[in-house]
Every structure is written in structure tokens, then in C-alpha cells.
Design a protein around this ligand. Structure first.
Ligand SMILES: Nc1nc2c(ncn2[C@@H]2O[C@H](COP(=O)(O)OP(=O)(O)OP(=O)(O)O)[C@@H](O)[C@H]2O)c(=O)[nH]1
Ligand SMILES: [Mg+2]
Length: 266
């Protein structure tokens, strides 16, 4: 699976008047790239923080994340590329954030935050390929320039190397789900992460009770009928892969909230 090289990021920053950093609203910090922000900063390219998939979280939480990034000194806003929410504000933020007209804005972000979906939404038709899971047909392999209108061009980019933090997000976004070597371990980490933020997430998603990751996986496997023929034991391997896909798909409800606003960049 191809990800953006940092060399490509540097090249694109050389062409762009403004950089959009798309984050997943459910966990902005785990999908953020400090390296991108610092490269852009060094090249004097303004970064706009775009909290995408805001349809998956309460509006009040989206507002608090926006305030968090504003307090760090960034232009920031939340949108839903899929539901076409916030796109007018985004156009305005791009206009205000760039000194040039027409503006070239590069759309960056770790895999599956919705970069290509955003381009299609702004363009008004399906021009950039999209895909629900990392590495599946339709994921972005190379950068491409799209004309959105006479005053705006957007560059779609391959997913950035997943975040530096080593969060479980970096595993599930950097390879196709089927090639994750230890999906059960990864799913257990994901379940623990989700449960920290929403203790009833798996009751809501699957009707499965339990706060132990293994119990969640067993419950899911049994509900779906994924059992080994020889002994009737639940197939945790299949359940884990399904759970990782459902997580990427936004079918498991959870969200994080910002830490105390940082004043460090002011
Ligand atoms: N709920 C929700 N899903 C979204 C939104 N935007 C994109 N998606 C979904 O997220 C998945 C990934 O979208 P893409 O546009 O392919 O993401 P990408 O960032 O271009 O991914 P790569 O090219 O692999 O880096 C797709 O299933 C989209 O339908 C959104 O605003 N809300
Ligand atoms: Mg893409």
C-alpha cells in the first residue's frame, strides 16, 4: 500500500498556497501529524485544521475541538465531507488563509480521513477515487490536482504515514485489514480505546454486553455465526477484522474530547 513520502509532502508544500490538514473528528489528536505541521510552518504555508466526519460526533464536541485548535493558533473548523456540512465555511477559510488567487490548497491527512471525499464534495461530482478501508481499490496512490472553480484548485494526496504517536490508529490505517498480522491484538486495543470513551459502544453497535475486549469479540463472533466447525468455538480472528472495518466505517460510536486548551503557540 502506497503512502505519501515526506519528500512528496515537501514538494507539494512547495506548490501549495495553503495546506488543509484533515483530521478524524472522533480522535483528532491520534490522526494529527506534528511533522506535517512543522514542515508547513517552516515553509511558511498556512495550515487549516479541518475536523472531518463531524457527523459522527455531537456538535458541542466538534465545537470544543475547534476551540482547541484555534487556541493553538490555527485556523480550524469542522465539516462533514460526506454530508456536505461546513463546506461553505471551508471555502471561506481557504480564501482567507491564502494570499494568492487562484488558490492552490493541498489536502493532507493520514489514510481514510476523507481527503478524496472532500475533493468530490467541493467539486460537486465524483472525480477522485475513494474507498472505505486502507489499501482497497480506490485509495489514493498519487497526488493529483483538481480544479474546483476558477479561483480554487485542490491537490489530493496519498495518506500520510500514520501518526507519530504509535496509537492503534497507525496500525489500522497503514495496511489493508486483511494483511494485519495480529488482528485480535489490534482489535483488543481498539475495543479498550473505544470503551474508555463510550462504555456502551458495543452494546449499541452489536447488542453485545461486556466490558472485557475478549467478551466483546466472542459475543460478536457468536452473533454473526463465526464459529469453528470442529469445536464450535467463536472465531475471534474474523470478529476482529469485522470490528476493525466497522471502526473505520464509523459504525462504532465514540469520540474523544480535547485536553485543556494549549496556549503554547500564542
Ligand atoms: N461519516 C463520514 N464518513 C466520511 C466522511 N468523509 C469521508 N468519509 C468516509 O471515509 C472513507 C474514506 O474516505 P476517502 O475519501 O477515501 O479517504 P482518504 O483520506 O482519501 O483516504 P486515502 O486516499 O486512503 O488516504 C470513505 O468510506 C468515506 O465515505 C464524512 O464526512 N463522514
Ligand atoms: Mg484518497
Amino acid at each position: 500500500m502506497k503512502l505519501a513520502s515526506w519528500r512528496l509532502v515537501r514538494e507539494l508544500l512547495g506548490m501549495a498556497d495553503v495546506a488543509l490538514e484533515l483530521l478524524d473528528s472522533r480522535d483528532p489528536l491520534a490522526t494529527r501529524s506534528a511533522r506535517l505541521e512543522s514542515l508547513a510552518g517552516r515553509r511558511g504555508v498556512p495550515v487549516i485544521i479541518v475536523l472531518n466526519k463531524a457527523d459522527l460526533i455531537p456538535r458541542s464536541v466538534a465545537e470544543s475541538w475547534k476551540r482547541y485548535f484555534l487556541s493553538e493558533g490555527y485556523r480550524a473548523l469542522y465539516i462533514s465531507a460526506r454530508e456536505r456540512l461546513g463546506t461553505r465555511l471551508l471555502r471561506r477559510a481557504i480564501r482567507e488563509g491564502s494570499k494568492k488567487c487562484p488558490t492552490v490548497a493541498a489536502v493532507f491527512g493520514v489514510p481514510k480521513v476523507g481527503k478524496s471525499t472532500l475533493i468530490n464534495t467541493l467539486k460537486g461530482r465524483h472525480s477522485a477515487a475513494t474507498s472505505p478501508y486502507p489499501g482497497t481499490p480506490g485509495y489514493t496512490r498519487r497526488s493529483q490536482l483538481f480544479r474546483i472553480g476558477s479561483k480554487l484548485y485542490l491537490i489530493d494526496t496519498p495518506g500520510l504515514v500514520p501518526p507519530e504517536g504509535g496509537d492503534v490508529e497507525s496500525v489500522i490505517r497503514s495496511k489493508p485489514v486483511d494483511s494485519i498480522r495480529n488482528p485480535v491484538d489490534v482489535a483488543i486495543k481498539l475495543i479498550n480505546k473505544v470503551l474508555r470513551h463510550n462504555p456502551t459502544a458495543f452494546l449499541q453497535a452489536y447488542g453485545v454486553e461486556g466490558t472485557e475486549p475478549e467478551a466483546v469479540l466472542r459475543g460478536l463472533a457468536l452473533k454473526r455465526g463465526w464459529v469453528y466447525r470442529k469445536d464450535g468455538e467463536p472465531n475471534l480472528f474474523e470478529a476482529s477484522k469485522a470490528l476493525i472495518r466497522d471502526y473505520l466505517d464509523g459504525k462504532i460510536t465514540y469520540y474523544t474530547t480535547p485536553p485543556q486548551p494549549s496556549r503554547s503557540r500564542r
